[in-house]
Write a protein that binds this ligand. Sequence first.
Ligand code: AMP
Length: 375
Amino acid sequence: MSFDSFNLHPCVLNNIHALGYITPTPIQNQSIPPILSGKDVMGLAQTGTGKTAAFALPVVNRLLTGPRSCIRALVVAPTRELAQQINDAFVELCQGTGLRILTLYGGVNIKSQIKALENGVEIIVACPGRLLDHVQQKTINLSRVEMLVLDEADQMLDMGFLPSIRRILNHLPKSRQTLLFSATMAYNIDELAYEVLHNPVRVKIGNITPASSVRQALFPVASHLKSKLLIEILRKTDIESVLVFTRTKHGAKKVAKKLEEAGFRATSLQGNLSQNNRQRAMDGFRDGTIQILVATDIASRGIDVSKISHVINYDMPNTVEAYIHRIGRTGRADKTGEAYTLVTHEDDNEVRNIERVLGNRLEQCNLRDFDYSHA
Ligand code: AMP
């Protein structure tokens, strides 16, 4: 299959080629045709599968014809980082089309957003909270939305956004095309799908298994030696960019500080940062000035940096889904990656759960010359 077979507008095809995409990914192959034909789609796909372009391409293609200066496509995403990333993908795909994209999330001045809305846009990428602020202040008109995309819907439900989503839906035309993407089949996704989708085409990429391009390993360690072991692993491994996960915001800050003290170009990405500092951390990580980013699950949502060579779970994630989601940050778009997890005895149950879902035992590693008996 090639992108040519989708009958996309030449302008869209040009932009795809400019991005260097040669062949569509499986989620793109399965979802682009039904979306182009106007059907609702429920897509179950992990991160790194190319799902952003799977919905963004048909959106841009459709918006090329028809009215301008009114909001015709609305994408709702759980976090600012993900919203920003979706925005960036749209910007690339809209080159030369004259279509305007606006991203709406909190933590930034609402006035400039209102001004941009007044100037007229066709595509909105938004986080639920700020979008509702605009709805309440009547600074946004959603009555002409033709396409609604709910991205990372499982995460939105986890974050308690269901009531907000329902309120947003009340302001959208009943007759519209809706696309819902989720990385996992969380128990309440079906309920949301039933509410928002009409006769959807269901597209599922893989089971909940990580990409085969990710090598996984466990590093058993006593909890008080975790940061020492992390530093030694980083010293002894050929790393490019590393994403380290902690359970808490405080943990992210603490670990990043220790890594900096050990001489690494590291910083943390967590919810306590101002929007400017978050953006600076993301930009630094993307351009390589920051080599190691220490993040919590929520802050990391949507990080799309293609050259992440290693994901290291400093703390064990709470669920198997979160584990798979985290390690999906490496090994993206056909690159290989490594995912290490530091495990203490308390994590035994979680390890068993992960191994059961994956259907195989994970390799256990000991770092040579590391003093595991250190008090
Ligand atoms: P996503 O799952 O949307 O976060 O995409 C993961 C990465 O794959 C992003 O860096 C995209 O730019 C890239 N990507 C998406 N579609 C393709 C494609 N057809 N060929 C190559 N890379 C792609």
